[in-house]
Design a protein around this ligand. Structure first.
Ligand code: FMN
Length: 238
């Protein structure tokens, strides 16, 4: 199986350690890792070329398209980020901004509807929930329904070795349990698309149908039409 990991920091700290523990159960599998900001250093400049014309016109296309290819090919997506001021790292947000054109109201990929994803995050005291939410929002609007969150509060120290042993054991046990659960899945079967993602799809389908009536040449409408989604085809049945 193939796993694509997007690390929201280049630091080999607590988040890195938790991600390594998670991946232990997948030893021998094909794992592609991206470290941010190194592997997607540019910010979205708001040129809107990706929305209006083509994503390969983005000034950062060489980075973005490499990440997209790895995500499309993966059976499992893993996103990691420590909580910075109660949210995902700026590097993670900058990378997610580049995938605005893959949100449901634009041009979501049918492959995403059958994917599984895990979010690994931790904070000192508060912010893990909102950090996971930052990443979950994008995943869900890309069409992913199966999203597991591994969230932790360190509560004492931000350096792994200084965290009390009992706390370290609890966190390690929890992440390994999540990893074992994800390992036991049959990845030949696509994940089921949930109610909320289907709702988003049908709302946007209505929107795209209207936009297409006004302008049949509209980029996003043409994409929806060519996928058959304005008609009877559904991305979760691909
Ligand atoms: C810039 C910055 C902002 C942070 N903001 C928060 C925060 O809002 N809430 C919190 O509980 N911890 C916060 N932390 C602690 C991190 O969430 C995390 O526990 C710590 O950086 C250790 O993780 P790491 O080794 O993976 O970087 C912050 C750390 C940094 C460097």
């Amino acid at each position: 199986m193939k796993i694509t990991v997007i690390n929201g920091t280049e630091k080999k700290g607590v988040t890195y350690r938790l991600k390594e523990m998670f991946l232990e159960a997948f030893e021998g599998e094909e794992i592609t890792e991206f470290y941010l900001p190194r592997d997607c250093p540019g910010f979205c400049a708001g040129c809107t070329q990706c929305f209006l014309t083509r994503q390969d016109l983005c000034k950062d296309a060489q980075y973005v398209q490499k990440i997209e290819k790895a995500m499309v090919e993966a059976d499992l997506l893993v996103f990691t980020s420590p909580s910075y001021v109660m949210h995902a790292t700026g590097a993670m947000k900058a990378m997610l901004d580049h995938f605005g054109y893959r949100w449901m109201p634009h041009r979501p990929m049918s492959e995403m509807f059958g994917k599984r994803a895990v979010i690994i995050t931790q904070c000192l005291g508060a912010g893990a929930k909102s950090t996971a939410r930052d990443i979950r929002d994008s995943l869900s609007w890309w069409g992913v329904s199966y999203i597991r969150e591994c969230k932790y509060k360190l509560m004492s120290e931000i350096s792994w070795d200084k965290i009390p042993a009992k706390k370290r054991e609890a966190i390690s046990g929890s992440i390994r349990k999540c990893s074992a659960k994800m390992r036991s899945i049959d990845y030949n079967k696509r994940a089921r698309t949930g109610f909320m993602v289907k709702m988003k799809f049908y709302m946007v389908r209505m929107l795209q149908t209207g936009l297409g009536k006004d302008n049949p040449e509209y980029t996003d409408y043409k994409y929806w039409k060519s996928n058959g989604w304005i008609d009877k085809v559904r991305p979760w049945k691909a």
